[in-house]
Design a protein. Structure first.
Length: 527
């Protein structure tokens, strides 16, 4: 394609937004256009931690890499801030392969960088104009960020599970301390233990340490444990991220590769290792020996032996929690309601969203404002009753199935119904329950499970669904009622032992149409 010349961005030497819009219109008019939108991950963290010179250097590096790797006839642009774009007359598959190579190139830099990418092609369903092309690419870029950043999204993600990513607040001193530790340990090594009450931002803080470590020149490996992932073989390792991106290598394989590489020093970040499964704990030993620097995060009751330096993350102040609650709420809340939310969260921002969701739902059901609800005698108790319950059944350890778990999670990001079939005794229900445990907290309504074994009619099946969703017997439940219960709050629901005669595809389609934000996991015999 032949595109006109324009002034360029002084920092990156890329074309500017005005030129992007002109070139986009030219390509769309010609009938062949693929648009890639990119957002530089963690730019604010770089600016806040290392100063704006470091952020400018990261932006400059992205611009240089784009210009160096652009095929002939393609163009790259800086749209402003941390957002970039690439225009090409090539097809979407060609641009997607190039984009993945670009991600790998940026990842391999001594100070690795990450981009969240969304790609769309003219001629896709519903994409016939310049505006619709940009809207589609922008939505997919946003999905890439919600799904964990540092990746390319080329198709529409229907209501992906949200990943909470609120800014770190009231942590300036602790952020400075972890940055100083990482600088000092880069040459001589070191061990740092971070303690925080559950829900007070430990995982988010360790994620910040990962970003800082990469910018300082470390190779970073982060592994996170939980009571749910502890119940399956290599469950904690399923969360492993190498230099900020998921890794397909196992711990033993990765340790051998890093030992041979002997390049940048390894920073190992272990999030709540008290919840690592035995296989992950055992196979991490070679990586612990290889790591020059280790940061280990514990909740407040973990560990009595103090090795190396220790950093404590105290609960947040009530004023800070009130500010967070105000930012999370879709509607303005009076001071009294914000103060109540802050008190319920007890210094832990991780609990705020649950309390806020429950408060707004109960207020909606009673046709009251949140303040009016809390003024009623049973108001606070009713809100408490709506909090999602922790789902952590005692189950036998699950071995294998790592690939199946990964594919199942990906499917639930994109589709409202996941069906697991197979002969009885092959572990389909065990797999489904593991998915519920590990994904709880991703949807406001939490998770629930029920079995239709012994149910002999569609009406009886709907009654069981109504009881599972409402917590009380619903003898006259119909599709409309169950659909409304599903739609109250998005929920991840396991329906075990499904047969087509009692809950068939048409019924499921109608329920999902009433509650498109919810997700269903079905198990049944193979057809």
């Amino acid at each position: 394609m032949t595109l006109s010349q324009s002034l360029r961005d002084e920092l990156t030497s890329l074309h500017l937004r005005a030129q992007f819009q002109r070139d986009l219109n030219i390509l769309v008019a010609a009938g062949h256009c693929t648009l890639l939108l990119c957002d530089l991950d963690h730019l604010k963290t770089l600016n806040d931690t290392f100063g704006h010179a470091a952020g400018d250097e990261a932006l400059r590096a992205v611009g240089l890499t784009l210009r160096a790797y652009l095929p002939q006839g393609w163009e790259a642009y800086r749209l402003g801030g941390d957002e970039f774009a690439v225009l090409a007359s090539a097809g979407g598959d060609v641009v997607a392969r190039w984009s993945l190579d670009l991600l790998g190139t940026l990842r391999q830099r001594p100070r690795s960088l990450r981009l969240s990418m969304g790609l769309a092609t003219l001629g896709e369903k519903g994409v016939q104009t310049a505006d619709s092309l940009r809207e589609r690419a922008d939505a997919r870029m946003y999905s890439a960020k919600r799904l964990g950043r540092a990746q390319l999204v080329t198709s529409d993600i229907r209501h992906p599970f949200a990943l909470q990513d609120h800014r770190l607040l009231d942590r300036d001193n602790e952020l400075q301390a972890v940055t100083a530790f990482l600088r000092s340990a880069f040459l001589k090594g070191g061990r740092l233990r971070v303690h925080a009450p559950a829900g007070c931002g430990l995982t988010r803080f360790l994620g910040h340490a990962d970003v800082v470590g990469r910018h300082l020149g470390y190779r970073t490996l982060s592994v996170s444990g939980s009571p749910a992932s502890a119940q399956r073989e290599l469950g904690a390792w399923a969360s492993a991220g190498l230099d900020g991106s998921p890794t397909d290598a196992g711990p033993v394989e990765l340790a051998a590769a890093l030992k041979q590489e002997r390049g940048r020093p390894l920073l190992l970040i272990l999030d709540r290792p008290e919840h690592f499964d035995p296989a992950t704990t055992l196979q991490l030993q070679p990586l612990l020996e290889e790591a020059r620097t280790v940061i280990t995060g514990f909740n407040e009751d973990a560990g009595k032996v103090q090795l190396g330096e220790t950093l404590n993350l105290p609960p947040l102040s009530t004023e800070t929690l009130k500010a967070v609650a105000a930012s999370l709420s879709p509607e303005p809340l009076p001071e009294s309601v914000l103060a109540w939310l802050g008190q319920q969260a007890q210094g832990c921002p991780g609990d705020l969203q649950r309390w806020l969701d429950a408060l707004l739902l109960e207020a909606q059901l009673r046709l009251l404002s949140p303040a009016e609800l809390l003024a009623q005698d049973d108001g606070p108790q009713a809100v408490t009753a709506l909090l999602p319950r922790l789902y952590l059944p005692s189950l036998p350890p699950m071995t294998g199935r790592q690939d199946v778990m990964r594919e199942a999670v990906r499917a639930l990001h994109s589709w409202p119904v996941l069906t697991l079939t197979g002969p009885p005794g092959r572990g389909r229900t065990r797999l489904a329950r593991q998915l519920l445990m590990e994904l709880q907290g991703r949807l406001p309504g939490g998770v629930a499970a029920l079995s239709l074994q012994g149910t002999h009619s569609p009406g009886a099946a709907l009654a069981r669904l109504g009881e599972a969703l409402s917590g009380e017997v619903v003898p006259n439940a119909d599709e409309q009622l169950v659909g409304r219960l599903l739609a109250r709050r998005p929920i991840l629901l396991l329906i075990d032992d499904v047969t087509p005669d009692i809950l068939g595809a048409p019924q499921l389609a109608r329920l999902i149409a009433l509650a498109p934000m919810s997700r269903l996991i079905l198990t049944g015999d193979a057809p």
